[in-house]
Design a protein around this ligand. Sequence first.
Ligand code: SF4
Length: 166
Amino acid sequence: MLIDEMYIRGVQVNYYFICKTKLWLFSHNMNMENESDLVKLGKLLHLDVFEREQKEIQLGSIAIDVIRKGDTLEIREVKKSDRLEKAHRYQTLYYLYYLKKLGIRAKAVLSYPKAKKNVELELNDEIEAEIERILDEIEDICKREMPKPEYKKQCRRCAYFEFCFS
Ligand code: SF4
């Protein structure tokens, strides 16, 4: 199903930047995270979104506002911290890429209130080519053996911590 695919690949793009082991584990259906998020994110593409000016979707600790501006959608995501900004950025760019494939024009704003920072995101040819390269690489990583876990700062808060380090 398309919506599931958007969610799964969006998370994979995020994990690609955070940890290749996490990416591999998630991709091999060892998903220990909240699956109901998938249902919630599914609403992002639900027709309802197009019938209202603005809709808020809560995904775990992340709030996404979808705003309709003429024939363009704007995705707004509020993030607590910009520590993993690159992963956030590419996950969101992937959503824009995916929506474009569905014929939906969209742009996005990542908002970091604590850091008083807004990051505007829009696709261009270069970014699209990069997303395609990342998707190819993700496929490649998933076909190979599981990458060896390497301890890093975010491991303590990772759902796979016990699996990797016990
Ligand atoms: S615990 Fe660390 S090494 Fe293991 S999957 Fe999570 S982030 Fe990656």
